[in-house]
Design a protein around this ligand. Structure first.
Ligand code: HPA
Ligand code: ZN
Length: 346
């Protein structure tokens, strides 16, 4: 069992989250409300039913259910609602800074205009700042399976809405098997030219070759998941030497059967090898967890102490796309808070 003092310490230490999908973070109560708003029938009728429905056998099967959640999002108001919910959730978990993915392909397929999404997340983000003093920034993810010219089009749209919606970068997600990162090289080349940050989901459903592909073809600055890098010692060495951050989501990987149990998960081995690992939730209600749950589970499974927790919290700020001066400020605030929490709790 996790020691109660360490649990409180985890709850109160400031941390960022850098791997969370807006559309995957709709709480069941909100999902039911949105479905009712639009007369959409879901395969469950209450919150308990939703929780039970979220049972997965693979990434691709999960993506079908992710698309179902997306089907409840139609208007600017819907996107504002889920952004606001995520802001409240950030405040409750001690997350003052969060980078959040959204994947327009799932809305484009349903003919939802880009402007509807952008105006919703933009006003949601403003309200989150005012109501919770939480900084939220967005990463526009390209669905790996879209045609490369649609990837380029997404970067152009993200660039045009950059200031309005707080878009700081371009990412890559969805089906990894059969869709190598290099297909989207034109989009990522354009993103780099425009000064947008670049990340990619890789090494979740495919092995180390997928992580190499994202690094070499797309010149990404961080890898989302990246856990299967552990199978290639040369890659682990490369990640550690260059301090390429991995935004690891341990409980997501268990839910999607990447690893059978948490004790088999490489999160601790990657950390011990010097890789800049930080902890995230991915699609919180769908994976029955939030960021804190991921810290709790990793701490308990791998017998972590407060110094280990400090390191994951530090890494979470180091890996963020914050301007240097602001990053140093957050890190200094964190060290002050660590001292205070140590004397108050431990
Ligand atoms: N992997 C790929 N695509 C996704 C994920 C993920 O973990 N979550 C939402 N879309
Ligand atoms: Zn993800």
């Amino acid at each position: 069992m996790l020691e109660p003092a360490l649990k409180t310490y985890i709850e109160r230490i400031p941390k960022t989250e850098l791997h969370c999908h807006l559309e995957g973070s709709i709480q069941p109560a909100t999902l039911l409300k949105l479905a009712a708003r639009h007369g959409i029938e879901l395969p469950f009728t209450d919150e308990e039913g939703a929780k039970a429905f979220y049972e997965f056998t693979s990434l691709n099967q999960f993506l079908g259910i992710f698309a179902l959640a997306c089907s409840t999002l139609k208007t600017r108001q819907d996107f504002e609602t889920i952004t606001l919910d995520l802001g409240a959730d950030s405040a409750s978990q001690g997350i003052p800074y969060r980078e959040v993915f959204f994947t327009y392909a799932y809305h484009d397929r349903r003919s939802i205009p880009w402007e509807e999404v952008i105006s919703g997340i933009a006003s949601g983000r403003e309200k989150v700042k005012q109501q919770y003093n939480v900084e939220m920034w967005f990463i526009a993810d390209i669905d790996r399976t879209v045609d490369p010219q649609d990837g380029v089009r997404l970067v152009e749209m993200a660039q045009a809405s950059r200031d309005q919606a707080g878009i700081i970068g371009i990412g890559l997600d969805s089906q990894e098997i059969g869709y190598p990162a290099k297909r989207q090289k034109p989009a990522f080349d354009l993103a780099k030219r425009l000064g947008l940050h670049r990340v990619a989901h890789a090494g979740e459903d495919v092995g180390p070759e997928s992580v190499w592909d994202a690094l070499q073809s797309l010149d990404v600055e961080r890898i989302d998941h990246g856990v299967r890098s552990i199978d290639d010692p040369a890659l682990v060495k490369h990640l550690a030497e260059r301090q390429v951050a991995l935004t690891v989501c341990p409980l997501s990987n268990i839910e999607l059967k990447v690893y059978p149990q948490l004790r088999d998960h490489p999160v601790k081995r990657l950390t011990d090898a010097g890789v800049l690992v930080m902890l995230n939730s991915d699609d919180p209600p769908m994976f029955h967890c939030n960021v804190l749950d991921n810290y709790f589970a990793v701490a308990e499974t791998f017998n972590l102490n407060a110094a280990d927790i400090d390191q994951y919290a530090r890494n979470s700020f180091k890996a963020a796309f914050l301007p240097d001066e602001r990053k140093q400020q957050y890190l200094a605030d964190l060290e002050r808070e660590i001292k205070k929490l140590r004397s108050e709790i431990l």
